[in-house]
Design a protein around this ligand. Structure first.
Ligand code: ATP
Ligand code: PRP
Length: 210
């Protein structure tokens, strides 16, 4: 990743779907990354890329251990942590929606919502009771644990295969390039150059030797 300024920068990249789609999107420019590898640190010129569980990216960036992060807006909102948001990135797009069986349910009423995202859910549906689940959220209304779910929808296949329908689309989700506020203040030129690189895509990934 060539920029005029070469101050060292650490980028926490959400491991899994986002890192895979990030490397796929930049595949013509990216080399020496084996997606199957267990390696967690790569060096892209002066940028150290660390592969981090999505939910942990805000923790690394808020602590300033990573200057930059790339993670879904869902995770950013749920974390409640404060960063600068530099770029919305154009891959791994999805949306967060309310889904269930009854399209006429009153979403402003005292309903029960199962979700992996209780904080975001409370922002949009303050009257609802939320039940936290860590995955397979679609099961909750089927098993009568909740009235509806608040979850990520991409293709809609999971909802369809489980007989659920979208009742309300709530928010569009993209990966976002975020910056630690102090890092941005002291390293603004380098970080702005990196931010600009994410559109024209000039990235070369090399294994980290340290
Ligand atoms: N169909 C989808 N399902 C889930 N997340 C999606 C989808 N499409 C895009 N995303 C984005 O990808 C991110 C989740 O990636 P991934 O599924 O690899 O992680 P995860 O399974 O939530 O995390 P972990 O491995 O820590 O449980 C979300 O935060 C969201 O921004
Ligand atoms: O609209 P679709 O394309 O079907 O994608 C949406 C599904 O993908 C995610 O689940 P994930 O695969 O992350 O598994 P999880 O249920 O264990 O969170 C999400 O929670 C939905 O279940």
């Amino acid at each position: 990743m060539n920029t005029a300024n070469t101050n060292p920068v650490t980028l926490a990249l959400a491991k899994g779907r986002i890192s895979e789609e990030f490397f796929a999107k930049y595949s013509s420019k990216v080399k020496a990354v084996n997606i199957e590898s267990r390696k967690l640190i790569y060096q892209i010129d002066h940028i150290k890329v660390i592969l981090v569980k999505p939910v942990d990216v805000p923790t690394y960036v808020a602590a300033g251990v990573a200057d930059l992060g790339i993670v879904g807006r869902d995770v950013i909102l749920e974390s409640g942590k404060s960063f600068y948001e530099l770029n919305e990135l154009d891959f791994s797009k999805c949306r967060m929606s309310i889904a269930g069986f009854d399209e006429n349910i009153n979403l402003k009423g005292s309903i029960t919502i199962a979700t992996k995202y209780p904080n975001i859910c409370h922002m949009f549906f303050p009257n609802a009771r939320t039940i936290y689940l860590n995955g397979s959220v679609e099961l909750a209304p089927i098993m009568e644990l909740s009235d509806v779910i608040f979850d990520i929808v991409e293709t809609g296949a999971t909802l369809k295969e489980n007989g659920l329908v979208v009742i309300k689309d709530v928010i569009d989700i993209n990966p976002v390039l975020i910056a630690n506020k102090a890092s941005y203040k002291f390293n603004r030129v380098t970080i702005n150059e990196i931010s600009a690189l994410f559109n024209p895509e000039e990235i070369e990934v090399l294994p980290c030797t340290k």
